[in-house]
Design a protein around this ligand. Structure first.
Ligand code: C2E
Ligand code: CA
Ligand code: CA
Length: 543
C-alpha cells in the first residue's frame, strides 16, 4: 500500500548526477553546433575573400594588358603617321634610312617596311632579304580608317601583328611589325611571371596571341575589349594557387574557432555544473514546477473508528515518478528560506484538492507542519488568512503543528504569532512531544490547543513503565488544560488498545493508513464518511 518512495540523499545525488551529465551533453552538443556553425561561416567568408581576390587579380591583369597593348599600338601608329607625313612610301635609300631611324626610336616595333597594295613586303628598314611570311588575316584597324591590321606567322610560327598605312600619293603603304607577345600579358600584377592563361584577338576574331593553356579546373575569368583599337584580351586564372595562398589563414582560422568553441563548451559545462550542483536551485525549480505535493495521513478516532481528519505531509514527486521524503529537503528549505513559499504552496494545493470534500464535513481537521522559524515571522498569519479565508475549508478545520524538536528562537514573537493565528480561528498543535529540548512546560506557555505524542512513546507504552507514566501524565495534563491529544506512529492493534486504556481518542499510523496521495485519501473519506445523497422532495396529495 505504501507508494514507491525513493529515499534520501542518494536519490537526490542521483538526480543531480543525472542532471549534470544530461546538461553537459546538451552543453557539449550546443557548443559543438556553435563551433560547427562558426567553422561553416568562416569557410564561407574565406571562400568569398578568395573569390573576390582571385577575380580582382584576373580583372587587374586584363586591364593592365589592354592598357599596355593600347600604348604600344598607339606609339607605333604615331610613328607610321610621322613617316607617312614626310612621304615615306618606297624603297629608296632616304626612305629606308627614315624607317631605320623610326625602328630605332620605336621600341614596340620590330620592323618597318614598305608594302605593296597586294600586301607583299617590298623592303624593310634593314633593307635585308625577307623571310617567308604566312599572312593569316587582314582587317581594318578599329578606330582608325587609315590602317589595316595583318596577322602573320613568320620564321616557322612566331606570331606577328602588322599595322600598315597608306603612304603619301603612291600606291604603297608604310608598315610596322609588333610581336604578338607584346600584346598579351607577360608578367603578373605582382611583377612575377604570368602563370595564367591569356588570349588576345582582333575585332574580327583573329587570334593575336596565346599565353599558357586554358585551365581544366575551376578558374577566374576576365575579358576586356580595347575601346581605342577594338581588340579583346581574355585572362583565365586557376583558383588553386589563390586558394593555397590562403591555406595558412584557413587553418589558423579553423584552429582559433576550434579553440574558442572548446572554451565555450568548457564554460557552459562549468556554469551548468555549478547550477546543477546547487540543491537550493534544484529545490526552487521543483517548487515552482509543482513537484512538491501534499500527501495525507488519516487521523482516526480509536474509540469509534471514525475519521477525524488528516495530517498533510509533503512529498517531492520527481518527473520520473519517484517520491522523495521530506527529511531530505525540509532542512534545506528551512536553511535557504524557501520554507515559507513551500508551506504556502502546500496549503494552497491541499486546500484546492481536499478542501471541497472536507469542507462538507466540518468535523474533519486538516493539519499542516510549520517549521519553528515560521512562527517568528508574522507574515505567516497573512499567508494563512489568504489561503483559507473564503475557501471551502473553514479556519476551524485547520491545525498548524509546531515541533518541539526545533528550539524556539524568539519566544515572545512566536507567542504573538500563535495568538494571531488562533485569532483567525485555526488551532495549534505541539508536534513530537517528548523529543525536544525545550521542555513541555515551556512549550505549553505558547498556549497551544493540541499535543501530539511522538512515536517513541507510543512504541514504549506497555513495555517501558517510565514511558507509560510519562504518557499518562501528558494525557492528564492535556485534559486539565482542555487540549486534545493525538498519538503518532501507531503501528499495531496492541498499541491501539493501550492508547484507548490511557484515554487517548485520536491516533495516526501505519496500522490505519500510511500517508496517501490526494485521490486515495479522498476515496477513503467518501468510503468512511459517505455524504447522504440529496433526497428527492415527494409531495403527497391531501386525502
Ligand atoms: P512528522 O510531522 O512527525 O510526521 C510523521 C512522520 O512519521 C511522517 O514521516 C510519516 O510518514 C511517518 N509515519 C506516520 N505513521 C507512521 C508509522 O506508523 N510508523 C512510522 N515508522 N512512521 C510513520 P514523513 O512524511 O517522512 O515526514 C517526516 C517529517 O518531515 C515530519 O515528521 C515533519 O516533521 C516533516 N514534514 C513533513 N511535511 C512537512 C511540511 O510540509 N512542512 C514542514 N515544515 N515539515 C514537514
Ligand atoms: Ca507533524
Ligand atoms: Ca510528529
Amino acid at each position: 500500500m505504501t507508494p514507491e518512495v525513493v529515499g534520501g540523499f542518494d536519490t537526490r545525488m542521483g538526480t543531480v548526477v543525472r542532471a549534470f551529465s544530461r546538461r553537459n551533453l546538451i552543453a557539449i552538443g550546443l557548443g559543438g553546433m556553435l563551433a560547427g556553425a562558426c567553422l561553416v561561416g568562416f569557410d564561407f567568408w574565406l571562400s568569398g575573400v578568395i573569390h573576390k581576390q582571385g577575380q580582382e587579380e584576373a580583372d587587374a591583369s586584363v586591364r593592365r594588358a589592354v592598357m599596355l597593348s593600347e600604348t604600344r599600338i598607339a606609339r607605333v601608329v604615331d610613328e607610321l603617321d610621322k613617316l607617312a607625313a614626310v612621304g615615306v612610301g618606297s624603297c629608296v635609300p632616304d626612305h629606308v634610312r627614315a624607317m631605320r631611324q623610326s625602328a630605332f626610336d620605336t621600341t614596340p616595333a620590330k620592323e618597318f617596311s614598305i608594302v605593296s597594295p597586294t600586301g607583299e613586303t617590298l623592303c624593310t628598314h634593314l633593307a635585308l632579304p625577307l623571310g617567308v611570311r604566312n599572312l593569316l588575316s587582314s582587317e581594318p584597324l578599329a578606330g582608325n580608317d587609315n590602317y589595316i591590321v595583318d596577322i602573320f606567322d613568320i620564321h616557322g610560327g612566331q606570331r606577328m601583328v602588322r599595322l600598315r598605312r597608306q603612304a603619301g600619293e603612291g600606291p604603297n603603304s608604310v608598315a610596322a611589325l609588333i610581336s604578338s607577345q607584346l600584346l598579351i600579358p607577360q608578367v603578373s600584377t605582382k611583377g612575377k611571371i604570368f602563370s595564367a592563361f591569356a588570349h588576345a584577338s582582333t575585332r574580327a576574331g583573329a587570334t593575336i596571341g596565346v599565353h599558357g593553356q586554358r585551365p581544366n579546373e575551376d578558374y577566374f575569368v576576365s575579358k576586356m575589349t580595347s575601346e581605342k583599337f577594338g581588340f579583346t584580351t581574355e585572362v583565365a586564372m586557376p583558383r588553386g594557387p589563390v586558394r593555397s595562398q590562403h591555406a595558412d589563414l584557413k587553418w589558423f582560422g579553423f584552429s582559433v574557432i576550434g579553440l574558442v568553441g572548446l572554451g565555450i563548451v568548457t564554460l557552459i559545462v562549468l556554469m551548468h555544473t555549478g547550477s546543477s550542483g546547487n540543491p537550493v536551485d534544484e529545490l526552487r525549480r521543483a517548487l515552482r514546477a509543482g513537484e512538491l505535493v501534499p500527501y495525507y495521513q488519516p487521523v482516526v478516532d480509536i474509540r469509534s473508528g471514525q475519521l477525524r481528519g488528516a495530517e498533510v505531509l509533503v512529498r517531492w514527486r520527481k518527473p520520473d515518478g519517484s517520491l522523495v521524503l521530506p527529511g531530505s529537503f525540509i532542512p534545506l528549505a528551512e536553511s535557504s528560506g524557501l520554507i515559507r513559499e513551500m508551506t504556502r504552496d502546500l496549503m494552497r494545493r491541499a486546500c484546492a484538492e481536499a478542501g471541497p470534500a472536507l469542507g462538507r464535513r466540518p468535523g474533519l481537521k486538516l493539519s499542516f507542519n510549520f517549521a519553528g522559524q515560521l512562527f517568528g515571522d508574522e507574515r505567516i498569519v497573512k499567508d494563512v488568512r489568504n489561503v483559507f479565508s473564503g475557501s471551502p475549508l473553514k479556519m476551524s478545520q485547520v491545525v498548524l503543528e509546531v515541533t518541539e524538536r526545533d528550539p524556539i528562537e524568539n519566544f515572545t514573537a512566536t507567542r504573538r504569532t500563535i495568538a494571531a493565528l488562533q485569532g483567525l480561528g485555526v488551532r495549534i498543535a505541539i508536534d513530537d512531544v517528548g523529543t525536544g529540548h525545550s521542555g513541555l512546560s515551556y512549550m505549553l506557555k505558547l498556549g497551544v490547543d493540541i499535543i501530539k505524542i511522538d512515536k517513541m512513546f507510543v512504541d514504549a507504552i506497555g513495555t517501558d513503565r517510565n514511558s507509560t507514566t510519562i504518557v499518562e501524565t501528558l494525557v492528564d495534563l492535556a485534559h486539565n488544560m482542555r487540549m486534545d491529544v493525538v498519538a503518532e506512529g501507531v503501528e499495531n492493534f496492541e498499541q491501539v488498545m493501550h492508547l484507548r486504556e490511557l484515554g487517548i481518542r485520536s491516533a495516526q499510523g501505519y496500522v490505519f493508513a500510511p500517508p496517501l496521495p490526494g485521490s486515495a485519501f479522498l476515496q477513503l473519506v467518501e468510503a468512511i464518511d459517505p455524504m447522504p445523497a440529496a433526497q428527492p422532495v415527494v409531495e403527497t396529495a391531501a386525502a
